[in-house]
Design a protein around this ligand. Structure first.
Ligand code: AP5
Length: 215
């Protein structure tokens, strides 16, 4: 299973990315985690991106795409959960070319949908526990604004490609995880049965709490 996660800050990309990776036995590749690791280790790359992270701005495409190419190359032949990329249409196109070259284009673009008030609440709550440098209200608002400006529009492209799956991320963690895994398991059967069959976007955001409860 090859999954891209596209969602606003606080929607649960990291939380659910781990769940998906564990379920399918695939690597969870999170660009934010990779960048923060460089910053905390004080590498040259880390020093060059630290200010972007602190301000909630996007780091230059070439930095992210080089990191992602290396990570995908290491996962070659298997699946992956890519969390935090693509964030712009340019990244989406470049990522597609990289994945095509490695013969590992995405099966699913997973969109986690949330409301701004709850997203901000979650990130401010995380700030008190983890103290991430970009979890201040001003920077959270900047990250959200950037999401709507440059990231959200790329969902349409994945919708047209028929690989978009949208899930309501405003439910409890376990319930969101169940919705996601149920949808991905159904898709896995479709993909395994006929990988080249035309697909259509799937919108699960209107489904009730019972969906996936028995899986
Ligand atoms: P990144 O680390 O990707 O940050 P983000 O997109 O702002 O996302 P978050 O990590 O804040 O939220 P999340 O959706 O992962 O939610 P989480 O599961 O953690 O990127 C950081 C920075 O790196 C960017 O600003 C940019 O500078 C740079 N960067 C990264 N990728 C880049 C790219 N491709 N191009 C350019 N720059 C890039 O959950 C959040 C909190 O909510 C947690 O406390 C969690 O416990 C809680 N929570 C989760 N789900 C639920 C739930 N269902 N109910 C209640 N609480 C929940």
């Amino acid at each position: 299973m090859k999954v891209l996660m596209i969602a606003p800050p606080g929607a649960g990309k990291g939380t659910q990315g781990v769940v998906i990776a564990k379920h399918f036995g695939i690597p969870h590749i999170a660009t934010g985690d990779l960048l923060r690791s460089h910053v905390s280790r004080g590498t040259e790359l880390g020093r060059s991106v630290e200010q972007y992270l602190d301000r909630g701005e996007l780091v230059p495409d070439e930095v992210v795409l080089t990191m992602v190419r290396e990570a995908l190359d290491s996962a070659r032949g298997g699946g992956y959960v890519l969390d935090g990329v693509p964030r712009t249409m340019e990244q989406a196109r470049a990522l597609y070319e990289i994945a095509k070259e490695l013969d590992m284009t995405a099966d699913v673009a997973l969109h986690l949908k949330g409301t701004d008030d709850e997203l901000v609440r979650r990130l401010l709550a995380r700030a008190t526990e983890q103290g991430r440098a970009d979890d201040t209200e001003d920077v959270i608002r900047r990250r959200l604004a950037l999401y709507y400006e440059v990231t959200h529009p790329i969902l349409e492209w994945y919708g047209e490609r028929g690989i978009l799956v949208s899930v309501d991320a405003m439910r409890p963690v376990e319930e969101v995880g169940q919705h996601i895994l149920t949808a991905l398991e159904v898709l896995r059967q479709v993909i395994d049965g006929n990988p080249d069959a035309p697909r259509t976007a799937v919108d699960l955001t209107g489904l009730g709490a019972a969906f996936g409860a028995s899986s």
